[in-house]
Design a protein around this ligand. Sequence first.
Ligand SMILES: Cc1cc2nc3c(=O)[nH]c(=O)nc-3n(C[C@H](O)[C@H](O)[C@H](O)COP(=O)(O)OP(=O)(O)OC[C@H]3O[C@@H](n4cnc5c(N)ncnc54)[C@H](O)[C@@H]3O)c2cc1C
Length: 441
Amino acid sequence: MTSLRIAVVGSGPSGSYCAQLLAEESESPVEVDVFERLPAPFGLVRYGVAPDHPKIKTITTSFSEVFEETPGLRFLGNVQVGSDITLDELRRHYDGVVFATGAPLDRRLGVPGEDLAGAHAVREFVSWYGGHPDAPPNAFLLDGRRAVVIGVGNVALDAARMLVRTTEELRATDVPEHIVDAFAASTYREVVIVGRRGPAYAKFTNKEFIELLDLENCDVVVDPADLELDAEQQAHIDSSPPAARLFASFVKAAERGALGREKTVRFVFDRSPVEFLGEDGSVSGVRLAKTSNPSVTETLDTDLVFRSVGYLGKALDGLPFDAETATVPHRDSRVLDGEEVVPGVYIAGWIKRGPTGVVGTNRRCALETVTAILEDTASKTSSATTASAVDELLRSRGIQVVDWAAWRTIDEAERAAGESTGRERVKLHDRAEMLQLAAAK
Ligand SMILES: Cc1cc2nc3c(=O)[nH]c(=O)nc-3n(C[C@H](O)[C@H](O)[C@H](O)COP(=O)(O)OP(=O)(O)OC[C@H]3O[C@@H](n4cnc5c(N)ncnc54)[C@H](O)[C@@H]3O)c2cc1C
């Protein structure tokens, strides 16, 4: 019986779950090639999830087992779909193509001064401390006094926590050594987190806030005046147990007050950034207006601002794209061009749903996608080519494919670097170094 051949683009949680579920759910033999533009797998689990949250990253152990133990499943790292191989080519070589390419761009605030030096999307900071190969090694100098984070989601809290962690704490993680050194030399003592609405609407979880409260070297300051609830916030808290739990923690933090610790994370609510102020092309402050009364303004002096107001999907060559939602339009995971289904092309994960949900949410999402693929291919004979035809095409273009064995060489080098300092791993940051190791497998 000929195998069904599926290409999955992206090896983050949604791509990895698609690969796993295709193998598990298909009643006939299936071959899956997972294309990944980076030399390393796992998308945001490797390059987004905070380094001091290693438990969440353990999902990569089960994804690795899938890659290692599933017959017919291949990892093709360091291959960018769209430039190294096109969608049309994938459609010729496979019976189905799944895009699981995530949401690699970021929302803007749309205020003057947003592009001044020192004003960044939080994604740039996350990518840097995560050792993403696209992030320059010395992207951040950390030589100021006060950093400002605009936004009150979990990612905002991740960024703030990384700025106040001790060097010892960071040295226990997989953060590349030159980045631990940059944090060790950091002169930032205060991080201000700015919420557009009142505390009842903060989006981070109570668990993440309590983790911040538990840091020994850091005060958490919440202004009691910000905790006076209007009727709307009160109604929200009354109807939302998570919001009520988080609000109770804000009250505790306000009661505890500042304890004179080395560093401070301060929250301000009901404030919207209206302008980034600059000096010589660099940010020097953020002007905030009270959201509930815009005539009341204040200026926060700062030379480092992160906007943490959401990630955005990116249009892909040859695929329809809805600019409004920054996702690829679909019906039951089948890509739509207008009202028409594009045969054999599917989506999963953040490019399908937008940047919401935790890692596990992508499993449910991938199952819907896999169900659609298996329904569509059930009564068809495969018209795909072979794995070696794809290999030959990539070889003819001079592309150095990082297959699973080559990734394992990189993985082992990272683990060995960790072992010498009692850490599980120390990530490699430099793409060229990763590719050199991969070539030597
Ligand atoms: C900063 C941050 C922290 C987070 N922390 C947590 C957390 O603590 N716990 C939790 O449960 N969830 C967390 N999440 C959410 C979680 O990471 C996402 O739900 C999940 O990663 C989305 O999966 P995905 O596969 O759709 O996208 P991604 O993980 O982004 O994977 C997409 C993959 O596609 C690849 N790709 C893109 N374009 C191409 C192309 N053209 N060719 C080949 N490959 C391509 C990318 O390199 C990437 O590897 C966090 C998210 C962020 C942004």
